[in-house]
Design a protein around this ligand. Sequence first.
Ligand code: SF4
Ligand code: SF4
Length: 365
Amino acid sequence: MTENSCSDADLNAAVCGLLERESEKLGLVFAGAAGEETDGKFLEEYGRWLDDGCAGEMAYLKEHYPLLRNAASLLPGARSVLIFALPWPFPGNDCPPENGFISSYARGRDYHRVMRSKLKRLAVSLSALYPGASFRAAADSAPVPEVEKAAETNFGRRGRSSLLISEKLGSAFFLGEIVTDACIRKSFPEPADPCRGCMRCVRRCPGHAIRGDGFIDARKCVSYLTIEFHGAFTDEESLSVGGRVYGCDECLLACPWNRRRRAGSFDSDFTERGALLNLTLRDKLMLSEDDFLRLTEGSAIRRIGYLQWLRNTACALGNLSSDTDDIPLLESRSGLSEPLDAEIRRAAAKITLRAGARDKTSRTL
Ligand code: SF4
Ligand code: SF4
C-alpha cells in the first residue's frame, strides 16, 4: 500500500503531516498508516507458530487469530491502521541484584493507559478532518498484529528477537494503533535487514526462547513465565528466571540497535517508581497484599497479581541467596498457592545447598 492508495492525495498528505506534528507533541512517533488487510505470509507463519503451541497458556491468541486477517473485524468498514510508537526509558541492566530485576518498561505508569490516552487525543484531532469517520484506539487492548502492521509501513522490520527494530528507535518502544474507516496511507523507504549476521539476542536469551526466525517460543521466555504463566515453574524454568521478578530485558540489552537509545528525554509517566523498585527481594517477598496493591497502583506490574508476584520473588531469592536466614522468610509465605509453595520448597533447597557449599569452601581455605 502506498500514499497514493487513497483517492485524495492532498488530504492524505495533510493528515500525515498533522499526525507527525501532533504525535511529536505527545511524545509519540507516527510510524505510518497501513491498509486494513494483513499480509498472508505473516498469517501463515503466525498460524504455524500457534499450532506448534509456542503461545503457551495464552489461549486468547488462538481465539483472536481469525480477527487478525482484516481490521474490519475491529471496526466495521475499516480501511486503515495508523501505527504509533512510544519509546520508554531504557537505562540498561541496572537493578541491584539484591532487589531483583523489573523490566525497564514496567517501572513507571502502565503503558497501556499512557498510550491509550495519547491515541484518544490524536483521534479527536483526526475527527475534525474526517467528519463522520470512526476511530478506534488500541494499545494491546484489541487483536491487531501491530509488529506486522508497522513492518508493512516499513517503519521497521521484525528482528530475530521478534521485536520490531526501527533504525531510529531501536526496539525499546511500545506500539499502539488507531483503526479507522477513513483512508489514510503512509509508508517509508524499505529498511535493510537489521539482523544480518547478528545472533547476539539468541546467545543471550536466558530461556533459549529465540528461534531465530523472528518468532520466539513464548513457553521458554522469561517475560512470559513471570507475567503470563500462572502455574508452577519446572526446575529448568525456575533457573532461567534467575533474579528476575517481572519481565526480562536481555534481548533488548543484547541488541546493538538499542545502544544509541540509552540517553534522551522520555514521557514523565515513565518515571521510575522507586518505592517498589528499591525494595530488596526480601522486602518484596514480605509485602502484604495491601502494600503490593498500593505500590503497584497504575502500574503494569499489578496485572500479574499478588500470588504471582510472590512466586516470582521466591524464585529470584532462591536463585540468588546463600543466606539460610532467608529460608524461614520464604516458609512464612507458604500455603497461599501451590505454584508459590513449589517455588518456596525449591528456593529453600537451593539456598541450603549453596550455603553448604560456601561453608565447605571456607573450611577448606
Ligand atoms: S525476553 Fe528474555 S527470555 Fe524472552 S526472548 Fe527476550 S531474552 Fe529471551
Ligand atoms: S540482537 Fe542482533 S539478531 Fe537480535 S534482534 Fe538485535 S540485531 Fe537482530
